[in-house]
Design a binder for this molecule. Sequence first.
Ligand code: PLP
Length: 449
Amino acid sequence: MHNYIKPLHLELKKLEIPQTILLCRMNLAEKDKKFVWHPFTHQKSMADPIAIVKGKGSLLFDEKGNSYIDAISSWWVNIHGHAHPYIAEKIYQQALTLEQVIFAGFTHEPAVTLAEKLIEHLGSSFHKIFYSDNGSTSTEVAIKMALQYWWNQGFAKKKRIIAFKNSYHGDTFGAMSVSDRSVFTMAFHELLVEVIFIDAPTSANISTISQIIAEHAGETAAIIFEPLVQGAGGMLMHDAEALSELILVCKKNSVICIADEVMTGFGRTGTFFAFQQLTEQPDIICLSKGLTGGTMALGVTACNENIYEAFVSDDKLKTFFHGHSFTANPLACTAAIASMEIFENENVIDKIKQIENWNNQVIEEIQKHRLVKNPRICGTILAFEIDKGKNEYLNDISTVFTTMALERGVYLRPLGNTFYWMPPYCISEEELDRIKNVTIEILNKIATV
Ligand SMILES: Cc1ncc(COP(=O)(O)O)c(C=O)c1O
């Protein structure tokens, strides 16, 4: 006998209470639990979600009037603070003008202006901007672009991808394939494309991994990496020098370099893009998250002229057959332009430096705590492992930490036992101090359990 749940309308019929009345009596969190399925959330143990009704600067406000400092910029996207009036106004004006148009055969001002602005920031070696919808699609596009680059030129054997251990590049199938095998991908392992995973580069291993690249060069289309910080894999940081050397080795071996800057882009690591701390340039860059200031979904894959030229041919089969309904959505492009204008108008790079300096000061205090292991900083990100339980994503310490921090008015969401903060750049010094004090208070409590 199946132990299934009866459809809601049958249950209501039995009770003879009209569905509309019942639904009216529910608060937002109850209705959410009835109808919505949340990402990366264990359904059975899921607590009631917090209904957020408003955001302002670095604060989020719930329906009960509580406020929370958003110490992780709402999954690393919100760089200028919530509901920024400048971005909101620009989106509003654009919505009254042109909200959406097919991007094949048509173009529009926000898409062109944004492409021009991005190329200005990326530097002259970048040539074209390809739009998509989010971080996963931006890496998916990059992988397809690299594979087809070789196919278009008759090098059909070059179809292998190299990626870093502990990498994360998104949740669509191509993006999952180039992400290290983990609890996120376990159900799909047999279906994923085979990828060569190498250690992230260090001065100690660079000659070993260079050898691996040289050995596989004939069959390898591209390497994909998160420059300087591997985010979801545990805020793991590697140095710019070794990564530069790796890119050089790839170039010598005709392996296309894809820098996934979905998380590291737009100031996160201290420079506008993380690759600007390297001495070598990647061929393809993936952007999303902070691209629109965290207001709207948009993905960008930028490439150099060499990559683009492989798609310019009389042969129609060499077309890049990829696109999404909302490619270059005018509202999202407008938000991205506004976000980049805020960088210029509000001295955002200075604010990033202030957060970096503050990180450098507080790490002295944080690293003295006996539960703090491997403390590290890159730009606006501070991370360490909480020395409690197993070092893994499913460590319950994450939920415990998040709950205790929320009770204290701060939103933090460790990745398993990897603690980190990554605040919006508009955050005040008092708010930063509050995040640090709450972190230490919780570590003290956890240490006594
Ligand atoms: C480096 C990196 N690439 C790609 C993605 C996927 O982005 P999205 O969640 O927008 O699909 C993420 C998301 O966290 C990321 O950190």
